[in-house]
Design a protein around this ligand. Sequence first.
Ligand SMILES: Nc1ncnc2c1ncn2[C@@H]1O[C@H](COP(=O)(O)OP(=O)(O)OP(=O)(O)O)[C@@H](O)[C@H]1O
Ligand SMILES: [Mg+2]
Length: 332
Amino acid sequence: MPPLLEIHNLVTTFNTIDGLVHAVNGVSFTLEQGETLAIVGESGSGKSVSMMSLLGLIPTPPGKIEQGEAIFHGPGGARDLLHLSPAQMRDVRGGQIGFVFQDPGSTLNPVLTVGDQICESLTRHLGLSRGAARQRALELLAEVGIPDPALRINNYPFQLSGGMRQRVIIAIAIACRPQLIIADEPTTALDVTVQAQIVDLFKKLRQELGAAVIWITHDLGVVAGIAHRVMVLYGGRVVEVAPVDELYERPLHPYTLGLLGALPRLDTHEQRRLVSIEGTPPDSLLPLRNCPFAWRCTHTFQRCWEAIPEPVEISPTHQAACFFDVEKGEPR
Ligand SMILES: Nc1ncnc2c1ncn2[C@@H]1O[C@H](COP(=O)(O)OP(=O)(O)OP(=O)(O)O)[C@@H](O)[C@H]1O
Ligand SMILES: [Mg+2]
């Protein structure tokens, strides 16, 4: 079976009054069918912009997808998501690819009932009649753990708590049984107990639907519980990717080492933000010409200032983009 998604060399910029912002600088990765991939990296590393690029949600202008390929092996065959017409993209987004963003407030329409919003997706993508869509919406509300769906279906978003609104968004995301769900920090705006509930709900749904999930998070505790693989972004580049256990046991990029360095325990649901590493990220107004982490790295040598490191295959499943071998303590 081909992978579900193959991203090659995605480059996204924003033309701002300060200059060209280099948000995503050549991101490549694949996602297998049914796989959960966590994307971690500090603020501004390009996590959201890469996913928005795939979903056709980059405002253009000022945004521009400069290059790249995003081959999605969906039900209609292989298609490049970066080259779909707006109408084709609307079919894919919400139909074959569901998404859940951080802030439930901005995703739901405040003047429509939650029922109407779920039904809208079902009628548009699956062509269900009004009656059938409403029946299905009730089932979906129950599926995501909303008590008393018959009452809640007529509620407006403001009548629900933050956790309940996020459940509604998840109901919309899974309504059309997508092959892929992209969740961008879906629990950050919620309190800790509700976060754990949403993570558990995702695990349950993922199993039931067999859908692949891309889960963006700052919370390394959640990563260990939910993901098969982790991809670490830095300065709009993939710096390391590996199965979860392998990444924790054998981090090979100095940035990943820094991230994991101050992590006390991995087996709890306790919220843990990424630790701060000394120094600041590269200036995204300058085109990337060398290793994005060189400014903060303790292993930097001349080559790190002269070229951008490409991913090195450490094992068939583990790649790190670094000129230095941290295990041997010498350049590769
Ligand atoms: N609309 C925009 N106009 C200009 N620059 C933007 C825009 N959206 C994002 N950027 C820039 O793109 C870069 C990547 O941003 P992105 O939102 O992808 O970061 P992130 O990894 O999702 O961070 P966070 O963890 O804070 O959500 C940042 O430098 C950001 O300032
Ligand atoms: Mg983001």
